[in-house]
Design a protein around this ligand. Structure first.
Ligand code: SF4
Length: 241
């Protein structure tokens, strides 16, 4: 088995099927990034790449970069409120090397976990258009379709849930979004959680305990898979530890 990769950026910053730093498929978003870059020349202002472990058994799907968060830092959920609960929870469950993510070069590593987004460019008002979600789904599909069977996918919010289903080639109507639910989709487990946004946490739509319970379920599911089917996972080329 190749050495595990806990790289900061997966698969790297060169154009690939899963990520293209120069993508301008969505003209509205590309133009918006141009305008934001002029105002904030120190910001990332490009599509934000996936972040984490290339061989992860947990892939988290968020919505889109936030203006002063991932769009500024260039790393998913880094620099704004939504990342606080996420990274703290990842750390507590052994997926992150530190409880906070502060910048692209802070040395933080994710183990067995990767974070991706349904939409890789900053949308005005945090609201991507349906056509933009559809356009970016090709990148997410390229990532999710290569996952070995038995991977956990955590969707943060309904848009991420729908995007993950589409990327996995599943019908949306067969798997309605519900916080705390686990759906068995295409050999994977799709877990749903409300998005860990400032709004959801401030209104207590999502509490730290609720979010933690989702991760407890994910860890238990992964542990069960590890104990019952290591040979099958090895045959599929998946990590077994
Ligand atoms: S949102 Fe996705 S598809 Fe649209 S321009 Fe950005 S990277 Fe390309």
């Amino acid at each position: 088995m190749p050495a595990r990769q806990k790289t900061a950026i997966v698969p790297g910053l060169a154009a690939s099927a899963t990520y293209d730093p120069g993508c301008r498929r969505c003209a509205r978003l590309a133009d918006f990034l141009d305008a934001v870059r002029a105002e904030h020349p120190d910001y990332w202002c490009q599509p934000v790449p996936p972040f984490g472990d290339a061989e992860a058994r947990l892939v988290i799907v968020g919505l889109a970069p936030g203006m002063h968060g991932a769009n500024a830092s260039g790393r998913a959920f880094t620099g704004d409120y939504a990342g606080i609960l996420l990274y703290e929870t990842l750390y507590r469950h052994g997926f992150a090397s530190a409880p906070v993510s502060t910048s692209r070069d802070d040395g933080l590593m994710l183990t067995d976990c990767r974070i991706n987004n349904a939409v890789k460019c900053l949308p005005p008002g945090n609201k991507p258009l349906p056509a933009e979600i559809d356009a970016c789904n090709a990148y997410l599909a390229a990532d999710l379709m290569q996952l070995p069977a038995g991977t956990a996918v955590l969707a943060l919010g309904r848009i991420a849930h729908d995007a993950a289903l589409r990327a996995l080639g599943a019908r949306r109507s067969a798997f309605p979004f519900r916080h705390g639910e686990r759906h068995d989709v295409a050999g994977h487990a799709l877990f749903d959680s409300y998005h860990c946004s400032r709004y959801n946490t401030n209104t207590r739509r999502l509490t730290p305990a609720m979010f933690d319970a989702v991760f407890v379920a994910i860890v238990a599911w992964l542990a069960e898979r590890r104990s019952v089917a290591p040979a099958a996972r090895r045959a599929a080329g998946a990590p077994t530890r």
